[in-house]
Write a protein that binds this ligand. Structure first.
Ligand code: KE4
Length: 436
């Protein structure tokens, strides 16, 4: 443990925050309850670094849970936001920026013919499911255990991320009626998915899936899994929804769909599309999206949807990514080397912990078995993870405070940060005091 690690200001802020905010945070995972201790309160960020209110600097592997693929405080994004602010913050009216954003998304992602901006990933997935139900006239949906698609009622079933971190399958306050039509299957198990279609013929509106599961830790799709979901949806006339809130514009310019060459009917986006500002989006086939108001009878709306300042941020980041497609292969190769080296460090110390990774997404599972689904992920020793995470934090490396999240890399992470991180990991795992 880094003895000079002072967190007194953050501790004072956390104590005060709890007087006014449930749990002192505006999103549960930020409370660090899964690993214990107090969360650092972040004052500023730059490139791959965060600085907290006590002046501690961290190499950041949360990247605001994915949006900051180009690192924090990217000048072009900051400047675009400043210029947009100077013209006004919000009009509640159509703007040029929304046309530019929609055109850019449709040009980047094959299969997106119409796209609607919303304000979060939750809204995007909730709306995409409503569109699928409106388009098919069917009620049932299939989701996968351990996948997280935001906190709308019908999706808080065997959910991942903060729900899983809390050790719960779902949430209080969700009436049984809201989840009665939500069927769950095991990730990477096509036989189980087919059984649900066979048991519910003509009743399944859609499958919603994270094409790379990243909310139970990182669990890649096994070969043929996504292709199998595509085939099952085609056979049943159901809508295939890729929840690309994390993978969108991260794994490739056209997300996981482009990375795995499997095209869903609808996509959801978030995070990177807003560059850190509150933006979500859903879109896909024109015939399906044409059921959305004001074109069709599926209602969805939002006061700040397509907000001009948020559009300016997202446009600046996506434009940089479009103009520099080589950044994807570079970032993915760098990340692959980084995660592969972590796996070597663990193997050298006799730890069979799997390091699951795809592109610039990855995670260490503190379990001695492969992890290909939710049940496997749940074998992880969360106490051992907590010990590791706190050590990393005290030594200047900021990882997600939960075993069931991902590490995110950005183009701002240079070898200096990655090598430093690996050095600290070597020190931790060689201590021999690791819970095996
Ligand atoms: P938001 O409503 O939080 O913007 O997006 C929900 C969402 C939807 N789909 C996927 C695949 C997601 O990963 C998320 C949100 N991700 C979590 C991190 N695993 C957000 C972090 C948090 O809840 O604070």
């Amino acid at each position: 443990m880094h003895m000079m690690y002072n967190t007194s200001v953050s501790e004072q802020l956390f104590a005060e925050a709890q007087q006014y905010i449930p749990g002192g945070v505006n999103s549960p995972v930020r409370a660090f309850s899964s690993i214990g201790g107090n969360p650092p309160f972040i004052r500023q960020a730059n490139g791959p670094y965060l600085t907290d209110e006590d002046g501690n600097r961290y190499i950041d592997y949360v990247c605001s849970w994915g949006p900051m693929i180009l690192g924090h405080n990217r000048p072009e994004v900051r400047e675009a936001v400043a210029q947009a602010c100077a013209r006004g913050l919000s009009y509640g009216a159509a703007t040029r920026a929304e046309v530019e954003m929609a055109r850019l998304v449709c040009s980047l992602v094959p299969g997106v013919e119409l796209v609607r901006m919303v304000n979060s990933g939750t809204e995007a997935v909730m709306s995409a499911i409503r569109a699928a139900r409106g388009y098919t006239g069917r009620d049932k949906i299939i989701k996968f255990n351990g996948c997280y698609h935001g906190h709308s009622d019908c999706l808080l079933v065997q959910a991942g991320s903060g729900v899983m971190t809390a050790g719960r399958p779902g949430s209080d306050g969700v009436p049984a009626g809201c989840t009665a039509d939500t069927l769950t299957a095991t990730y990477n198990d096509l036989v189980g998915v087919k059984a649900l279609f066979d048991a519910n013929p003509g009743q399944i509106a859609c499958i919603v899936v994270e094409p790379v599961a990243a909310n139970m830790g990182v669990v890649p799709p096994q070969p043929g899994f996504l292709q199998g979901l595509r085939r099952l949806c085609d056979e049943a006339g159901s809508v295939l929804i890729f929840d690309e809130v994390i993978t969108g514009f991260r794994l490739s310019p056209s997300g996981a769909a482009g990375y795995y060459k499997v095209q869903p009917d609808l996509f959801t986006f978030g995070k990177i599309i807003g560059a850190g500002m509150p933006v979500g989006a859903y879109g896909g086939r024109r015939d399906i999206m044409s059921v959305v108001a004001p074109l069709g009878g599926v209602y969805q709306a939002g006061t700040l949807s397509g907000n001009p300042v948020a559009m300016a941020a997202g446009l600046a980041q996506l434009t940089l990514l479009r103009e520099n497609p080589q950044w994807y292969s570079e970032l993915n190769a760098t990340a692959d080397g980084f995660f592969t080296e972590i796996q070597s460090i663990l193997r050298e110390r006799g730890l069979a912990y799997p390091v699951n990774h795809v592109g610039s997404l990855g995670c260490i599972f503190f379990t001695q078995q492969p992890v290909v689904n939710y049940e496997d992920a749940k074998t992880a020793d969360t106490r051992a993870f907590a010990s590791y995470c706190k050590y990393m934090l005290a030594n200047g490396v900021y990882c997600a405070p939960s075993q069931f999240e991902a590490m995110f890399l950005s183009t701002a992470h240079t070898n200096a940060e990655l090598d430093r991180t690996l050095e600290i990991m070597r020190n931790y795992f060689k201590r021999g005091s690791v819970n095996r």
